[in-house]
Design a protein around this ligand. Structure first.
Ligand SMILES: *Cc1c(COP(=O)(O)O)cnc(C)c1O
Length: 363
């Protein structure tokens, strides 16, 4: 049996008829960037998250960056980011000219540890970015409490957690704004690059709408130095189809995760994901920890089972952040995670046979 880490083809085959129809409709419409499909998807995703506004943009990184820019974040400002995240979260801050201030994760959830945020706050801090990593919601009430006390904005990074809930509330509606990626491999994935911003804030919604489209509200009237980061009609039309299946597909991911959690519970030498009782994760990734990662990954691979490491190098040790002068040991928990984490295959189209096979080989 061959089990790829990520199966991108079966999702298409399941929805082929509807996706092909959406494709045809856009092709024949003669209108390809920012149009009726984008508007409809923006409305539908806003409704899904329970927010007033959704604004389509080019990708998840731009979504985060444009919110920070709309808030006026720039040189001299500090933004608190999880030390354990994909580098895109940090890059969004760096693009604005602001400084990233990493905070270590909770050792059980791997998400930013709210008890370690306060000590990182200075007079220059403006924003806390909460990433719902691997599909697990960050502890939003704790983060929002701190933000309120210090008058900071909270930006959610929802790239890995479409549909996840924190204390029963859907992410994307739990901070001041959210940046969402719809890169193909994400839980709600386009068939190319795509992203959105969600918010309840009238002013920010208006500003990012202008920023994403050359700083113009009316064609050729450029109010500010804008960007070109627009969602196209094709991706929006395809995403509208896929949004209708998001909850069903997420619940299949939950089933796969439950099988892993049950069947691998008494395995020695690996640490399984931990889910706080207030969290409803959507399992973008199923991340285990082991000191024998290399051996395990090789054994899995010898048995035709794909696995990946998310992520092997923490952002503070990557070349991109050389200028900060960080060294090994500065963010020890994140470094340890980078050395020990391994992601097992998970997805809405895994069969019971595949899960059983992986469990058997893991044992
Ligand atoms: C994928 C991802 C992003 C960036 O999304 P793109 O659409 O690839 O720009 C940002 N943050 C996290 C945590 C991600 O996983």
């Amino acid at each position: 049996m061959q089990i790829p880490f990520l199966d991108m083809k079966t999702p298409y085959l399941e929805l082929k008829e509807e996706l092909d129809e959406a494709y045809q409709k856009v092709m024949e419409s003669g209108w390809y960037v920012l149009g009726k499909e984008v508007e409809a998807f923006e409305q539908e995703f806003a409704q899904y998250c329970g927010v007033k506004y959704c604004i389509g943009v080019g990708n998840g990184l731009d979504a985060l960056f444009l919110v920070l820019k709309a808030w006026g974040i720039g040189k001299g400002d500090e933004v608190i980011v999880p030390a354990n995240t994909y580098i895109a979260t940090w890059l969004a801050v760096t693009y604005t000219g602001a400084k990233v201030v990493p905070v270590e994760p909770d050792e059980h959830t791997y998400n930013i540890d709210p008890t370690k945020i306060e000590i990182a706050i200075t007079k220059n801090t403006r924003v806390i970015i909460a990433v719902h990593l691997y599909g697990q919601p960050a502890n939003m009430p704790a983060i929002n409490d701190l933000a309120q006390r210090y008058n900071l904005k909270v930006l959610e990074d929802v790239a890995q957690a479409h549909g996840a809930k924190c204390y029963g509330n859907r992410v994307g509606a739990l901070g001041d704004a959210a940046g969402v990626s719809m890169y193909p491999g994400k839980n709600l994935g386009a068939l190319g690059d795509a992203g959105v911003i969600t918010t309840n804030d009238d002013e920010i919604a208006d500003k990012v709408r202008v920023l994403r489209n050359y700083g113009s509200r009316v064609k050729y009237h450029n109010e500010v130095v804008g960007h070109n980061s627009r969602l196209d009609e094709m991706q929006a039309a395809l995403l509208r189809v896929k949004l209708r299946y998001l909850d069903v597909w997420n619940s299949r991911r939950v089933q796969v995760a439950k099988s892993y959690l049950n069947d691998l519970a008494d395995n020695h030498g690996i640490i399984l994901p931990y889910v706080p009782e207030w969290a409803d994760p959507v399992w973008h990734l199923f991340v285990i920890r082991t000191k024998q990662r290399k051996e395990l990954q090789k054994k899995l691979s010898d048995n035709g089972i794909g696995s990946l490491i998310h992520y092997p190098i923490p952002p503070h040790l990557s070349g991109a952040y050389d200028e900060y002068g960080w060294k090994k040991g500065d963010f020890y928990i994140s470094e340890q995670l980078a050395d020990e984490v391994l992601s097992l295959p998970i997805g809405p189209h895994m069969t019971n046979e595949q899960i059983d096979f992986i469990v058997e080989k893991m044992k």
